[in-house]
Design a protein around this ligand. Sequence first.
Ligand code: RB5
Length: 154
Amino acid sequence: MKLAIGNDHTAVEMKNEIMAHLEAKGIEVVNVGVDTLESCHYPVSGYKVAKMVAAGEVDGGVLICGTGVGISLAANKVKGIRACVCSEPYSARLSKQHNNSNIIAFGARVIGIETAKDIVDAWVGAEFEGGRHQVRVDMLGEIEETQALAAAEE
Ligand code: RB5
């Protein structure tokens, strides 16, 4: 498995710890985030990771900013991205099983490193279940593609 990781200045230490954690599990991690504490703009890393995921260059992405909110919003502007910000592992696991999330995000100012590790472990270890969930994920794609949803007109 190969993942891309991105972060802003609030999350350099957590990014490094999560990279080491993933690499220790045999996962290749491409770091496109920042490595200094100088204030920067979270959309840049969110966009970079999202483009790599959307292009199929990596199997998924991890994004970390202060809250996980801004960086996931940026990623979700890229077509084909389902980035989910989570503060606990249950939602992270379900985001893959039910929503086929392709990026997991969290906040370095919100959770501690052990919870962050639990979140990535839950997410990496989960599989999309398809079936009725595929229908709903397809609807997300329909909204993205057409700015409309046929099922909402019924
Ligand atoms: C940076 O101050 C902060 O706004 C950013 O890390 C993130 O939390 C935005 O959503």
